[in-house]
Design a protein around this ligand. Structure first.
Ligand SMILES: NC(=O)c1ccc[n+]([C@@H]2O[C@H](COP(=O)([O-])OP(=O)(O)OC[C@H]3O[C@@H](n4cnc5c(N)ncnc54)[C@H](OP(=O)(O)O)[C@@H]3O)[C@@H](O)[C@H]2O)c1
Length: 276
């Protein structure tokens, strides 16, 4: 039921909340000095670019990986290049016990978690009539269960700390029926995490922010495959896939104090792919 103008005009205890105590200078806002950031799927692709961005901005970074142990040397390189702390942790995000242990290990080593980037994903792109139920379950276990488990477990830490920031890597495939390869389950997993993230933004409003990044095609292992590459060029308004260096600034913005008024947002970064 809507309120009368008189009822709506009454002041309520606790409002307005105070503005954040952050620097006025935007470059200072973007600094991640002394912040601790966890990135999943960080050995390569978008996740590695995000980990680099965080380290370049002065943050301490935990690189989570599943099978690609190049994360171990990447973490050493980041620490050396940027004078920050960085370590790699092997965590399968479809396994909640491994996530719990991974989070405990990060807190033990770094003392806290300021930002968690739930970026790991899997693309088993097939029409549903050609996909086995085992493939369906595998797809769900990483893209949906993985994000839910990570969010639930890191959310408990955020609540206990009284602060936190969750960034979920979704996809433009949460917005569109991506063509020409039929991939209904992948698309739907991304729609799930986008809406889940928005819901968490409200649920966690007293202690953490939650935002979603929805990339279009980026030139990674998971970017457009041979069947879809030419269509990816044609559909993208900019006529190409994105380079991972072009997504670093968006994650940095969301992780930093430059975005303190932003929660529950879903940011498309797709070279104009979904415009037509
Ligand atoms: N590239 C694109 O065009 C595009 C577009 C939209 C959205 N995305 C999303 O962006 C994210 C990153 O993808 P990417 O393009 O950077 O591709 P990528 O290089 O293949 O990265 C996927 C990452 O997910 C990790 N991963 C897969 N299964 C995992 C599991 N069970 N536990 C933990 N980690 C697991 C992989 O880790 P290991 O290698 O260590 O196994 C890998 O680092 C994904 O969520 C993807 O859906 C990508």
């Amino acid at each position: 039921m809507s309120m009368s103008i008189e009822d709506a005009a009454k002041s309520r205890p606790g409002f307005p909340r105070p503005f954040p105590n952050t620097p006025n200078n935007v470059l200072e806002q973007l600094s991640l000095k002394e912040k601790v950031i966890v990135v999943t799927g960080a050995a390569d692709g978008i996740g590695l670019a995000v980990a680099e961005a965080m380290a370049e901005a002065g943050g301490h970074v935990a690189l989570w990986y599943n099978s690609n142990d190049a994360a171990v040397s990447r973490a050493e390189e980041l620490a050396h290049a940027h004078g920050i702390k960085s370590s790699a942790f092997k965590v399968d995000v479809s396994n909640s016990e491994q996530i719990e242990k991974g989070l405990a290990a990060v807190v033990e080593k770094f003392g806290k978690i300021d930002v968690f980037v739930a970026n790991a994903g899997l693309a088993l792109c097939k029409p549903i009539l050609e996909q086995t139920l085992d493939e369906y379950k595998k797809q769900m276990s990483v893209n949906v269960d993985g994000v839910v488990y990570c969010s639930k477990l890191v959310g408990a830490i955020f609540k206990q700390q009284g602060f936190g920031n969750l960034i979920i890597t979704s996809s433009m495939s949460a917005h569109i029926v991506n063509v020409p390869v039929d991939q209904p389950v992948y698309n739907a997993t991304k729609a799930f995490v986008t809406h889940f993230g928005k819901c968490l933004a409200r649920e966690w409003r007293d202690f953490a922010r939650v935002n979603i990044v929805s990339p279009g095609f980026f030139d990674t292992k998971m970017g457009a495959g041979p069947e879809g590459l030419q269509e990816a060029y044609r559909m993208s308004t900019l006529g190409r896939q994105g380079h991972v260096k072009e997504i670093k600034g968006l994650y940095l913005y969301l992780a930093s104090d430059a975005s303190t008024y932003m929660t529950g947002s879903d940011l498309l970064i797709d070279g104009g792919y979904v415009l037509p």
